[in-house]
Ligand binder design. Structure first.
Ligand code: SF4
Length: 339
């Protein structure tokens, strides 16, 4: 870990001014990822700006438009167990609780969850080439051990996946992100926040230096009647997704009025395919049409030596999770999906 100074900000303006123009000045909130990144020399900081004391963004508020605002500094655990989130956005609650461990969820903040970095083994091993850590050095994963890597949206420069569970649900819910910076405030659609690797895998998202995520807005529709989050991983706790799926259905008179399907663990960002959702709308939800939608979602999927299994795993996960979402009884603890 390199030497750095440490300051505390008590409001967003202070945090923005303390970040100033030095791109090695970084924000710390829960610290559950950046501490590792600093300890292992994956990132360096001249100054850490601690924003935990900013109280105005540590709450959950009802919005006049019927939606809900979750503070960037609210913890993942407090968000998942909040009665409003549990009642109106159970998909989000379930996705958060599928992530990390209870201890980490108690520390990790919602803003930090969006900012976490890939868990690619080579990214954390400074003795190996990695375009994300050291642009232009190469990608060790493409010809290396790539079991956990991307099957969609990857580039010749990086095949890493984004590790969050919470963000898969936020993507499905069409959340928006509120950002403050020295030039004012802006709102970013969730789908536009994280980036595909392309030629710049070192840039994970579209937050600019000097900007701070203040909150995340959830639209009124929470899919609380027909939802499911399925996470498939190597062990049942404290493990990142090989494939995860967040699904919400709005069913009216037996017909799909609205549907969202977002995938995690398969790409550099939560993966949505509007064409597949449009295909499902107006149809009766049968296993056959859900299978067709899964084929649309996975069109163009490409595996590598160790992760090709993810393509069929993702297809089965989409179908199973949609069937679970259509059967609210399957959401009860211990219940089995009616496959
Ligand atoms: Fe680095 Fe991305 Fe390649 Fe992993 S997949 S080694 S993060 S460039």
């Amino acid at each position: 870990m390199n030497n750095f100074s440490y300051t505390k900000a008590s409001n967003v303006d202070q945090a923005i001014s303390q970040l100033d123009a030095d791109i090695r000045n970084k924000i710390v909130a829960g610290g559950t990822n950046i501490t590792d990144l600093l300890k292992y020399f994956i990132t360096k900081a001249d100054k850490l700006v601690d924003i935990n004391a900013i109280k105005e963004h540590n709450s959950i508020l009802r919005l006049d438009n019927g939606g809900v605002r979750i503070g960037a500094l609210h913890t993942n655990a407090d968000t998942a167990y909040d009665p409003i989130i549990e009642g109106r956005y159970p998909l989000l609650s379930k996705a958060i609780l599928a992530g990390a461990s209870a201890q980490i969820r108690n520390m990790a903040t919602n803003g930090g969850n969006l900012m976490q970095r890939t868990r690619c083994y080579y990214f954390y091993d400074i003795n190996t080439p990695c375009n994300k850590r050291d642009p232009g050095s190469g990608c060790s994963a493409i010809t290396g051990y790539n079991r956990i890597h991307a099957i969609l949206g990857q580039s010749k420069n990086c095949i890493a996946v984004f590790p969050s569970d919470m963000c898969v649900a936020l993507s499905a819910l069409n959340a928006t992100i509120n950002i403050s910076g020295s030039h004012g405030e802006r709102v970013v659609d969730f789908s536009d926040f994280h980036r595909l690797p392309g030629d710049t895998p070192n840039i994970d998202n579209n937050l600019k230096h000097g900007e701070v995520i203040t909150s995340i807005d959830l639209p009124e529709k929470g899919f609380e009647k027909n939802y499911s989050y399925l996470k498939l991983r190597d062990r049942s706790s404290y493990s990142f997704a090989l494939v995860s799926v967040a699904t919400g259905f709005d069913i009216e008179n037996g017909i799909i009025k609205d549907v969202r399907i977002a995938l995690g663990g398969v790409a550099h960002k939560p993966w949505r395919v509007p064409e597949a959702e449009d295909f499902l709308k107006g149809k009766e939800p049968t296993q056959e049409i859900i299978t067709e939608a899964a084929n649309i979602i996975l069109k163009g999927a490409m595996g590598y030596q160790h992760n090709s299994f993810k393509i069929i795993l993702a297809k089965r996960a989409i179908i199973r999770n949609c069937i679970m979402a259509l059967d609210p009884e399957s959401q009860r603890p211990g219940a089995k999906p009616s496959l």
